[in-house]
Design a protein around this ligand. Structure first.
Ligand SMILES: Nc1ncnc2c1ncn2[C@@H]1O[C@H](COP(=O)(O)OP(=O)(O)O)[C@@H](O)[C@H]1O
Ligand SMILES: O=C(OP(=O)(O)O)[C@H](O)COP(=O)(O)O
Length: 401
């Protein structure tokens, strides 16, 4: 089934005085002191909340946080209240539960434009089981449903999917719509030349994405830990680099597939190797075809960066998923940083650049370049599934446009 791209949106819905159940993805990292370590997902949820507030709706906000097994205080959404209140300019009311009498009373007492934050929906095992009775209880608090939780749209859970069986209209929020516009729209109908950069640790986790993108892109650039499986498959020495020996044939078949589809496949030409998997390992740059015994590739080299950059200069749309090297170690972050910088530069020249979630987003943020890209996805797993061409249950469940 093709990925659904057009969903019903808030548009001209009459929202004054209506109770809206808004599912957002407020799954942000909290540090040991329960402080928000990265508030991107909260900020990304603000436009829809503010829109609803401005229309005089009563906003009942639901989310999960982490993967708790039952009620677990450290996964409470309470630490988010001050930041949400600050961003929204109202005192957000917090409920102790996500269903039940207290929630109904608090929702009923909300003024028009008020916001009630429900406690973590995953405190109930029924959430992940997509239990119909639990979904019905969630639905009962509101007059309509808005799903803005793109990062959780690949989960068929009660608050993302089940609830739509009991609460209509069920429409997408602005973040959800923007994610679909970029990750489905721009990829299905890209300005060409269209390039994909795929990195990350393993071929096995990216097979689906590579295969799906091979049908769409003009250029495929590979980096990260997966490239050593390709080199080994081509008969090169890879030292003690990360290799998936059961994926050698697959790597060759992907090279063949790229050829038959006329896709220009670029592998790094030089590699920064280390004598150890460590931040302070000894390192040197070697040709990709001659990785010495006892050394492992942890980043792409300067010649690869130059060639990749020249190629990226010829593109009109670029999608990036997965770092070029072990960017968590400063010494092996140069390749990833250079690609991030290049993408920021070409965005300024009118190229559409899409960063598809997960570690690539972390790398772009670490480089301070997030605001320079066309789109940075708030969903790792969800964006990967979209790029693989899968349909997300949380999207499929919404009203058609
Ligand atoms: N050459 C390499 N050897 C081992 N691990 C690598 C290498 N290059 C990148 N990685 C690791 O890959 C991880 C990211 O992989 P992945 O989760 O597939 O990416 P993403 O989250 O962007 O989809 C990072 O932790 C990074 O350190
Ligand atoms: O953080 C999330 O996913 P991501 O790490 O793949 O971006 C989402 O909030 C979904 O969480 P889940 O993977 O526990 O269902």
């Amino acid at each position: 089934m093709p990925t659904k791209r057009s969903v019903g949106t808030l548009g001209d819905k009459d929202l004054g005085g209506k109770k809206v159940l808004l599912r957002a993805d407020l799954n942000v990292p909290l540090d040991d002191g329960q402080r928000i370590a990265d508030d991107n997902r909260i900020r990304a949820s603000v436009p829809t909340i503010k829109f609803l507030m401005g229309k005089g709706a009563k906003v009942v906000l639901a989310s999960h946080l982490g993967r708790p097994k039952g009620v677990t205080p450290k996964y409470s959404l309470k630490p988010l209240v001050p930041r949400l209140s600050e961003l929204l300019g109202v005192d957000v009311v917090m409920a102790n539960d996500c269903i039940g009498e207290e929630v109904e009373n608090l929702a009923a007492a909300l003024p028009d434009g008020g916001v009630l934050l429900l406690e973590n929906v995953r405190f109930y095992k029924e959430e992940e089981k997509n239990d119909p009775e639990f979904a019905k209880k969630l639905a009962s608090v509101a007059d309509l449903y808005v799903n803005d939780a793109f990062g959780t749209a690949h989960r068929a859970h009660a608050s993302t999917e089940g609830v739509t069986k009991y609460l209509r209209p069920a429409v997408a929020g602005f973040l959800m719509q923007k994610e679909l516009d970029y990750l489905v729209g721009a990829v299905a109908d890209p300005k060409k030349p269209f390039a994909a950069i795929v990195g990350g640790s393993k071929v096995s986790t990216k097979i689906g994405v590579i295969e799906s993108l091979l049908a769409k892109v003009d250029i495929l650039i590979l980096g990260g830990g997966m490239i050593y499986t390709f080199y080994k498959a081509q008969g090169h020495a890879v030292g003690k680099s990360l290799v998936e020996d059961d994926k050698l044939e697959l790597a060759n078949s992907l090279i063949e597939k790229a050829k038959s589809k006329g896709v220009s496949l670029l592998l790094p030409t030089d590699i920064v190797v280390a004598n150890n998997f460590a931040a302070d390992a000894e390192s040197k740059t070697v040709p990709a075809s001659a990785i010495p015994d006892g050394w492992m590739g942890l980043d792409i080299g300067p010649d690869s960066i130059r060639k990749f950059s020249e190629t990226l200069d010829t593109t009109k749309t670029v999608i990036w998923n997965g770092p070029m090297g072990v960017f968590e170690f400063e010494k092996f972050a140069a390749g990833t940083d250079a690609i991030a910088k290049k993408l920021a530069d070409i965005t300024a020249q009118g190229v559409t650049t899409i960063i598809g979630g997960g570690d690539s987003v972390a790398a772009v943020e670490k480089a301070g370049l997030a605001s320079k890209m066309s789109h940075i996805s708030t969903g790792g797993g969800a964006s990967l599934e979209l790029l693989e061409g899968k349909t997300l249950p949380g999207v499929l469940a919404l009203d058609d446009a």
